[in-house]
Design a binder for this molecule. Structure first.
Ligand SMILES: [Zn+2]
Ligand SMILES: [Zn+2]
Length: 312
């Protein structure tokens, strides 16, 4: 995840043949936003540049996206592409699985992590950087020996978000209790989002009490994800968001194909159905929630014409 090169340089071939993007779904009538995506990662798909991603998204009622960094290189790239592209805002952070590696790379002094955090702090001041994320805890991919670095990094990101008045996007994998206790101990930022929410009804109720946001990804459509649907049903309507986490977590019925912001309508329709909600009203609520967290996509001018290939 440390390679910031444009998508066309990152295409991974599966057994010598790229996996194709699925066809576009029926457009939504009321536009929404994808609040968490990684447009620089192609993950086996045929390459789409940033402009093409956003054109496809717009054609099905996805007005914009939050482009999320996971290390220094992709955070810089995210901030730069959002500065040029009116349909993107940026989130910047060091992913929880990067933190132990950064700390180890600097030996016992830990300056690798500190230097990287200083870059994130600097990027946080840019006008179209609207969130610190994705940060958090991941006990699935990081073992006990890396957890000290994860906690230190998570707390530093919370501090950056609060000092800059930005939203926080949390990555929580197999670490619900520790994420919650950390937020309570140091104090959560005013707008705190559980990206790719992975808890059940209990965590959803707890988040509701705290005023935290739950962002649902394509996995809410998966057959075995009844816990996510239970969480969705108890979440307050003004605390629900939708995301792709593209190119991962492609919604049903397209599993196995690469994900992209233009596939959000599948997830949104599914969520509205679970809630028994009117689709247009649900979309209006999602869009309002997203702007409440990140601000408007229109309120800061971009610094120049958007380029077809934002990796340039
Ligand atoms: Zn994540
Ligand atoms: Zn992500």
């Amino acid at each position: 995840m440390s390679d910031p090169s444009p998508a066309h340089l990152r295409t991974r071939s599966d057994g010598g043949r790229a996996v194709e993007y699925p066809p576009a779904p029926e457009p939504l009538r009321v536009a929404v936003y994808d609040n968490h995506t990684h447009l620089e990662i192609a993950d086996g798909a045929l390459p789409l540049d940033v402009h093409e991603h956003l054109e496809r998204a717009a054609s099905v009622g996805i007005a914009g996206a939050v482009q999320v960094g996971t290390d220094v290189a992709t955070s810089i790239w995210s901030a730069e592409v959002a500065a040029r592209e009116p349909r993107l805002l940026a989130a910047v952070a060091l992913h929880p699985n990067e933190a132990p590696e950064l700390e180890a790379s600097a030996g016992v002094s830990g300056t690798g992590l500190d230097d990287a955090l200083a870059v994130i702090d600097e990027l946080a001041a840019r006008p179209r950087v609207r969130a610190i994320g994705e940060t958090g805890l991941d006990f699935f991919r990081t073992g006990e020996d890396g957890r000290g670095a994860q906690f230190r990094s998570f707390e530093a990101h919370i501090d950056i978000a609060k000092r800059h008045g930005l939203a926080l996007q949390i990555h929580d994998r197999d670490a619900h209790d520790e994420v919650v206790s950390t937020l309570r101990r140091v104090g959560a930022p005013e707008r705190t989002v559980f990206h790719c929410f992975s808890g059940g009804e209990e965590l959803a109720r707890l988040a509701a009490d705290e005023g935290w946001y739950l962002s649902f990804a394509g996995n809410v459509t998966f057959k075995n994800a009844e816990n996510l649907r239970e969480a969705l049903r108890v979440a307050p309507s003004d605390r629900i968001l939708v995301e792709t986490d593209a190119p991962y977590l492609t919604p049903v019925p397209l599993r196995g194909r690469p994900n992209a912001p233009y596939l959000v309508p599948h997830t949104v329709r599914f969520m509205a159905e679970v809630l028994g909600a009117d689709l247009d009203e649900f979309c209006e609520q999602l869009a309002a929630n997203t702007v409440a967290v990140y601000g408007s996509w229109q309120d800061e001018p971009v610094i120049g014409p958007a380029e077809a290939d934002a990796g340039a």
